[in-house]
Ligand binder design. Structure first.
Ligand code: FE2
Length: 266
């Protein structure tokens, strides 16, 4: 089975990338299951519920999030209505939504786990993702060989450590959040596909998907300047993984870094 993991979708440019490139790419590569990071899609900050429905309609199967999961109030109210939107599994139990779910892909079941890292975030009530991963991955694997672990985390060392912790126990460990794709996609010794960061779907000639001018102004003045979405050099970035039908482990990995034409809205 071929699985496509996409980096953070950023703003309207990110939506344009998905709209213009995803279906063709999936057809050409025979992709059966697609997961993406989506907490930066609505104006660059958070995921609005209507935006989420649009992305699912465009061919993404599961949307994952991180520290910005509940920036948009309608997501707080509506995440429980759509099981294809995940928030980090290590949020407090009383948070709305879920961070681990199984999905049907043909005759198979695929388990997706979304987790948030500890370093560099101000979410103080997180459960330790390493301890939680240890306790839930075994059960997930006993129910299906296909387990995809999206680790929304900042520090490379934290993501690498998670990769090695889960090597051979899950199909994929893929990092998200920085929006900067790393060149280290690989199959770890135990057979798990790994990348430190999937990168982004959106403008690449920008500061995290925003026009540089206003971002520079923020650093020079400390004023709360509004960010402006960039449409320069859009790309669809991520990793394509082929999984063994019996073991669920990786047979091959391919880094995705595809230029996409996206029109600038009026
Ligand atoms: Fe994030």
């Amino acid at each position: 089975m071929k699985v496509l993991l996409l980096g953070e979708l950023v703003g309207r440019c990110g939506t344009g990338v998905i709209k213009n490139a995803l279906r063709k790419f999936k057809e050409e590569k025979v992709v059966e299951f697609t997961v993406a990071g989506a907490e930066c899609i609505t104006g660059g900050y958070g995921l609005g519920f209507q935006n989420a429905l649009t992305l699912l309609h465009m061919g993404i199967d599961v949307l994952t999030m991180g520290e910005k999961a509940f920036y948009k109030p309608d997501m707080v109210e509506s995440i429980g209505k759509k099981d294809r939107i995940l928030r980090p599994a290590n949020f407090p139990e009383n948070a709305p939504g879920r961070g681990i779910r199984q999905f049907r892909v043909g005759e198979r079941r695929v388990c997706v786990i979304n987790m948030l890292g500890m370093m560099g975030f101000s979410n103080p009530h997180l459960n330790n993702p390493f301890l939680l991963a240890d306790s839930i991955v075994g059960r997930a694997r006993s129910e299906t060989p296909f387990v995809i672990f999206l680790f929304h985390a900042q520090a490379t060392a934290e993501k690498k450590s998670m990769g090695y912790l889960l090597d051979g126990r899950v199909s994929v460990v893929a990092g998200l959040h920085t929006k900067a794709q790393t060149g280290d996609s690989c199959i770890l010794p135990g057979g798990t596909a790994y990348i430190t960061d999937l990168g982004r779907c959106g403008s690449t000639m920008s500061v995290g998907g925003f026009e540089p001018e206003n971002e520079i102004r923020k650093y020079r003045t400390s004023l709360p300047v509004r960010s402006r979405e960039s449409f320069e050099s859009p790309q669809m970035q991520g990793m394509l993984v082929e999984l063994d039908e019996q073991t669920g482990l990786a047979l091959s990995v391919e880094q995705v870094k595809l230029p996409v034409e996206v029109g600038v809205p009026d």
